[in-house]
Design a protein around this ligand. Structure first.
Ligand SMILES: [Mg+2]
Length: 343
C-alpha cells in the first residue's frame, strides 16, 4: 500500500529577472505554494500551486489556508488509485491551481513509488518538445531587442504580448517579424482588444505580410460571441486562454465554434480537467497549446510531464521558470535552450 499520511503546503516567492508586463498587469515576483504529499512508506511527491488572481480570482494567502481541508480529503487514500483521488480533488473546482498542484504531487508520489516518470504514466507520447519564450510589453525598441535575443538563443517560437495600444502593437509585431525572419509568432492580447480592434489588428498585419501562428485571447474571457467573431474574420488561427478554464468552458467553446486553438494551463483546470480537455479538443479536430502562470521549475515540471505524456500540443509556452530567479533547477526533465527532453 502507499497510503497518503500527510500533505504539506509551503509558500515560496521567486523574483522575476525583469518585471513581467502583460495587458493590465505587471509582476516583479511570483508567490507559489509547494505541495508535498507523503506516503506511509516515506515517499514524497512534489507539486506546485501557482495561482492567478487575474485569471482565476485566486489569492495565494487564501489557498494556503486550504492545507488542512486538502489533507482531510485525501489522507488514507492510495496514490496508486490516483483517479479516485482526482475525483475527490475535483470538489475543489473553485481553486483550480490547488487541484493542479495536489493532483500532480499525488501522481509524482506514485511515479516515485514505481520508479517510472510521470510522462510514462500519462502515456509517453513524446520524447522531446520545444518551448517558446515570451516578450512582455515594453517600448517597441526594447521588445524588438528582446525578440532578437530570444531568437539568437535558438528559440524558434516567440510569444509576443500585446493588447494595451493597438497602433503600437501593430508596429511592434511588424518590427519583430522584420528582425527575426524564420521565427514563428504566438501573439497574445490577454483580453485587451474589442472584437473590432482585434480584427483590425490581424487584418493590418496580414496585409503587411506578417504571419502569425496563433492569435491568443483577443477579447475578454466571457465574450464568446466576440471570440467567434474574431475567429471568423481572422486570417490567423485564434486561441482561447482566459476563456478556457474548466472542461465545461471548453465544451461550450467547441459547441459554439468559437476558436481554432485551446490553451491548456494546469493552473486553470487541474490535471483532471486538462486530461478531459485534451480528449475533447482532439475529438473536435481543433488544436492545442499548453501554457503556464508564474511557475518555478517545480511547477513547469508538471506541464512538461503532461505535454510529453499526452503528446497533444502544437505549441508549448512553458517559459516562466526561465524568467524567475531560482537557486536550483527542480525539473525531472532535461532542458537545453528551447529543447525539453525526457531524462
Ligand atoms: Mg495567454
Amino acid at each position: 500500500m502507499s497510503k497518503i499520511v500527510d500533505v504539506k503546503f509551503e509558500l515560496k516567492t521567486y523574483k522575476y529577472y525583469k518585471p513581467f508586463h502583460i495587458t493590465g498587469s505587471v509582476s516583479d515576483s511570483s508567490t507559489n505554494i509547494e505541495v508535498v504529499v507523503i506516503t506511509d512508506i516515506g515517499i514524497k511527491g512534489y507539486g506546485e500551486i501557482s495561482p492567478s488572481f487575474r485569471v482565476n480570482g485566486e489569492k495565494v494567502e487564501g489557498l494556503y489556508k486550504l492545507e488542512a481541508a486538502i489533507k482531510e480529503s485525501i489522507v488514507n487514500m492510495d496514490v496508486k488509485e490516483y483517479r479516485r483521488i482526482f475525483d475527490v480533488l475535483d470538489k475543489f473546482f473553485a481553486t483550480p491551481s490547488v487541484k493542479a498542484g495536489v493532483q500532480y504531487a499525488v501522481l509524482d508520489a506514485f511515479s516515485e513509488e514505481i520508479n517510472t516518470p510521470v510522462y510514462y504514466l500519462l502515456g509517453g507520447m513524446k520524447r522531446e518538445i520545444e518551448t517558446d519564450k515570451t516578450v512582455g510589453i515594453d517600448t517597441i525598441e526594447n521588445m524588438v531587442k528582446e525578440a532578437k535575443e530570444i531568437f539568437s538563443e535558438g528559440f524558434k517560437n516567440i510569444k509576443i504580448k500585446v493588447g494595451e495600444d493597438l497602433r503600437k502593437d501593430i508596429e511592434t509585431v511588424e518590427e519583430i517579424a522584420r528582425n527575426t525572419k524564420e521565427a514563428k509568432y504566438i501573439v497574445d492580447a490577454n483580453m485587451g482588444y474589442t472584437p473590432k480592434q482585434a480584427v483590425e489588428f490581424v487584418r493590418v498585419l496580414y496585409k503587411k505580410g506578417v504571419d502569425i501562428s496563433v492569435f491568443e485571447q483577443p477579447v475578454v474571457a466571457s465574450d464568446i460571441d466576440g471570440l467567434k467573431y474574431v475567429r471568423f474574420n481572422s486570417p490567423y488561427p485564434v486561441a482561447a486562454d482566459e476563456s478556457a478554464k474548466s472542461k465545461y468552458d471548453v465544451y461550450r467553446l467547441i459547441r459554439e465554434e468559437a476558436v481554432d486553438f485551446v490553451n491548456i494551463k494546469l493552473m486553470k483546470s487541474g490535471l483532471s480537467d486538462a486530461l478531459a480537455i485534451v480528449e475533447m479538443v482532439k475529438t473536435a479536430n481543433l488544436k492545442l497549446m499548453i501554457g503556464c502562470m508564474g511557475e518555478s521549475s517545480l511547477g513547469i515540471n508538471q506541464s512538461v510531464n503532461f505535454a510529453l505524456g499526452t503528446g497533444a500540443f502544437v505549441f508549448h509556452d512553458l517559459d516562466s521558470h526561465l524568467m524567475l530567479k531560482e537557486n536550483k533547477f527542480r525539473g525531472k526533465f532535461k532542458q537545453n535552450g528551447s529543447k525539453i527532453t525526457i531524462l
